[in-house]
Ligand binder design. Structure first.
Ligand SMILES: Cc1cc2nc3c(=O)[nH]c(=O)nc-3n(C[C@H](O)[C@H](O)[C@H](O)COP(=O)(O)OP(=O)(O)OC[C@H]3O[C@@H](n4cnc5c(N)ncnc54)[C@H](O)[C@@H]3O)c2cc1C
Length: 542
C-alpha cells in the first residue's frame, strides 16, 4: 500500500529542508520529494569543474544562515557542519589601487577606512554600535511572519537609542546616497552599495539602503561564513538531521500536480504517475508561478489569485562563472587582508549604471560582479596554493539590446554565455593582470542551465521573485497572499517566493511549517468540538 505521510514537502532546497526538520521535530511523518538527483536546491557543491577542486554550484556565503535563529536552533554542527571564515569578509578593489575592505574585526575595518579618509573610522564604529543595539531585532523582525509584532516592538523600543527618526531616515535612504551622508571616503559607500547589489533593488531606490546596511553589518558582526568542504555541506547537514528524526527524502521525484479536494490539498502527483495522499498538509518549496496555475490547477484557485499572479515579477537572470586556478588571483595591487568575497565595479556610479542597464533590459557593458575566493575562505576546497573562484552577475530576463560591444543577443545559448563570460573575465583580468594564464578550467552557468539544475531558478532568477519593495512584506508573492497560507487549505508556500524572500535563512520554510502546525491544531480542536456536539445531540435524541 502507498504510504500516506502527514505532510509532503515539495523540494529539498534549504527552505524545504528547514520546513521538513521543524515538522519532524513536532512529531509529524514527513516525506520530502525532490526533482533533482540530489538535495540542496541552490545550496549545492561538487567536484565537477576540475579534479581536486570543489565548486559551489550556486550560492556560496551564508551570513543569513549564521544570523538565522531557525538555522542556528537546529544545531547543524552536530550533523557534520563546520563553518569557515576567510581572513577578511569582503573586499572591493578600486581604480587607484586601494581596497575598500570589510574585516571581521571592526577595529581593523575602521582603521583601514580612517587611513583612507580621516573621520571615517569613527563614523564606521558609530554605525556598528547602532547596529549592535538594534540589528538583532531588525533581523529577527525581517525573518518573522508579517506583521512581526514581537520583534518589531523590540526594534521600536531601541529606536531612540540609535537616533530615532534620523536612523529610520538613514535606513530608507537609497544605497547610492546612504554612504555619502555618513562618510567622507569612497570605501564605506562601495561596501554598502555593493552589498545592496546582492538584491535587485535599484541602488537609487528606497529599500536598497536597508539591504546594503543589513548585509554590511551582518558581514561586520557574523562574517560571511562558508561550510567546510562546500556549500552542499549545509543542506547535507539539514538532510542528515531530518533523516535522523525518521524523515524520508526521495530524490529524482518531480511533483507534477497537487490534488485539491473540496478546497483542501489532498495529496500530490509525481512525474512517475504516483499519487501520494497526505493526512495533514503539503508544503511547497517551489516558486509562486510554479505553484499557482502550475502544480495547482487554475480551476482550483480563486479568480483573484489568478489575476494577482499576472502582476508577479521575477528578479533578473544570472550568469555565473567558475574557475579552477593554479595559483591565487594575481592582484595588481594586493589587498591588505585576503577577502573571501569581492565585488567588481569601477565606482558606486558605475555599479548603478550597470544595474540600471539590466533594469532597462540591456546586457550590461561592464557588469557589476560578486565574486568568491573559496579556497581563501576554506582551504579544503582545492590544493594548497590554488584557488577555487567564482563570479556572478545579473542579466535581463528578456533582453532588448547589448549595452556592450559584443552583440550578445540575450538568448543565453552556449555562444552568448561564453562571450559574456569573456566579458566578465576581462573585468578581473584588468584588476589582476595574468589572471587568464592561471586558469585550469572554466565553467559557465547561464540562465537556462541554472533552471535545468533547479526549477526554482526561473530564467536564472536567484531570489524567487524581485526583492523590490512592491513585492515584499504583505505584497509577497502578490497582494493578499503575504503569509505562508495559500487559498487552498492545507497548502503552504515555503520557498523564497514567500516573505521574506531569497537568501539562505530558512524563514519561508519555517513560517510555512509553523502555519501548517497551527492550522492543524485549530482543525483538530474544531473537529473535536464537532464530535462532542454530535455526541451530545445523539444522547439528546435518545
Ligand atoms: C547563483 C546563486 C547565488 C546565490 N548566492 C547566495 C549566497 O551567497 N548567499 C545566500 O544566502 N543566498 C544566495 N542565493 C540565494 C539562495 O540560494 C536562495 O534564495 C535559496 O536557495 C532559496 O531556497 P529555496 O529552498 O526557497 O529554493 P531552492 O534552493 O531553489 O530549492 C528549491 C528545490 O525545489 C526543487 N523543486 C522545484 N520544483 C520541484 C518539483 N516540481 N518537484 C520536486 N522538487 C522541485 C528544486 O529542484 C530545488 O531542489 C544564491 C542563489 C543563486 C542561484
Amino acid at each position: 500500500m502507498t504510504r500516506q505521510p502527514d505532510v509532503v514537502v515539495i523540494g529539498a532546497g534549504p527552505n524545504g529542508l528547514v520546513a521538513a526538520n521543524h515538522l519532524a521535530d513536532q512529531g509529524w511523518d514527513v516525506l520530502v520529494l525532490e526533482a533533482q538527483p540530489g538535495v540542496g536546491g541552490a545550496v549545492r557543491s561538487a567536484e565537477d569543474v576540475h579534479a581536486g577542486f570543489v565548486h559551489d554550484t550556486f550560492s556560496a556565503f551564508y551570513p543569513l544562515a549564521e544570523a538565522s535563529p531557525t538555522i542556528r536552533s537546529f544545531g547543524l554542527e552536530d550533523h557534520g557542519l563546520t563553518w569557515r571564515h576567510s581572513p577578511a569578509v569582503l573586499g572591493h578593489p578600486t581604480q587607484d589601487g586601494e581596497w575598500a575592505m570589510l574585516h571581521r574585526d571592526r577595529s581593523i575595518t575602521a582603521s583601514l577606512m580612517e587611513r583612507q579618509s580621516p573621520g571615517d573610522g569613527e563614523a564606521w564604529l558609530t554605525l556598528c554600535e547602532q547596529w549592535d543595539r538594534i540589528g538583532g531585532h531588525l533581523v529577527n523582525a525581517l525573518l518573522s511572519p508579517f506583521p512581526p509584532v514581537k520583534h518589531g516592538l523590540g526594534a521600536l523600543a531601541r529606536l531612540r537609542s540609535v537616533g530615532g527618526l534620523d536612523f529610520v531616515r538613514t535606513m530608507l535612504t537609497p544605497a547610492v546616497e546612504l554612504g555619502r551622508g555618513r562618510f567622507r571616503g569612497e570605501s564605506p559607500r562601495l561596501l554598502i552599495a555593493g552589498n545592496a547589489g546582492h538584491a535587485d533593488i535599484p541602488l537609487n531606490a528606497p529599500g536598497s539602503g536597508l539591504m546594503g546596511v543589513l548585509m554590511t553589518m551582518l558581514g561586520q558582526t557574523v562574517g560571511f561564513p562558508v561550510p567546510e568542504g562546500g556549500a552542499g555541506q549545509l543542506t547535507q547537514a539539514l538532510a542528515r538531521r531530518f533523516e535522523s528524526l525518521g524523515g524520508e527524502i526521495r530524490c529524482s521525484t518531480e511533483v507534477t500536480g497537487i490534488d485539491v479536494e473540496r478546497g483542501r490539498a489532498a495529496g500530490v502527483r509525481t512525474v512517475a504517475g504516483e499519487r501520494i495522499r497526505v493526512r495533514k498538509a503539503v508544503v511547497a518549496d517551489i516558486t509562486a508561478p510554479s505553484l499557482y496555475g502550475g502544480l495547482v490547477d487554475v480551476e482550483d484557485l480563486p479568480a483573484r489569485t489568478v489575476s494577482a499572479m499576472r502582476t508577479f515579477e521575477l528578479d533578473p537572470g544570472t550568469v555565473k562563472v567558475d574557475w579552477a586556478l593554479d595559483g591565487g588571483v594575481p592582484w595588481a595591487s594586493a589587498p591588505p587582508h585576503a577577502p573571501g568575497t569581492f565585488h567588481v565595479a569601477d565606482s558606486v556610479e558605475q555599479m548603478t549604471d550597470a544595474l540600471g542597464q539590466v533594469s532597462a533590459r540591456a546586457v550590461p557593458a561592464k557588469p557589476f560582479m560578486l565574486a568568491g575566493q573559496m579556497t581563501t575562505a576554506d582551504p579544503t576546497r582545492s590544493p594548497a596554493g590554488t584557488e577555487s573562484l567564482w563570479a556572478y552577475t545579473h542579466v535581463p530576463q528578456s533582453t532588448v539590446r547589448d549595452a556592450g560591444e559584443g552583440g550578445i543577443r540575450g538568448e543565453w545559448d552556449r555562444d552568448d554565455c561564453e562571450r559574456f563570460a569573456d566579458r566578465m573575465q576581462d573585468r578581473i583580468e584588468a584588476l589582476a593582470p595574468g589572471f587568464g594564464s592561471r586558469i585550469l578550467s572554466r565553467r559557465v552557468l547561464g540562465p537556462r542551465e541554472m533552471e535545468a539544475r533547479d526549477a526554482n531558478l526561473i530564467g536564472g532568477a536567484i531570489n524567487g521573485g524581485t526583492s523590490q519593495l512592491h513585492q515584499e512584506l504583505i505584497f509577497r508573492p502578490v497582494p493578499g497572499l503575504g503569509r505562508a497560507e495559500t487559498p487552498i487549505k492545507g497548502l503552504y508556500l515555503g520557498s523564497a517566493s514567500a516573505h521574506p524572500g531569497g537568501g539562505v535563512h530558512g524563514a519561508p520554510g519555517m513560517n510555512a511549517a509553523r502555519a501548517a502546525i497551527a492550522h492543524d491544531r485549530v482543525r483538530r480542536v474544531a473537529e473535536g468540538g464537532r464530535r462532542a456536539v454530535g455526541a451530545v445531540t445523539k444522547v439528546g435524541r435518545r
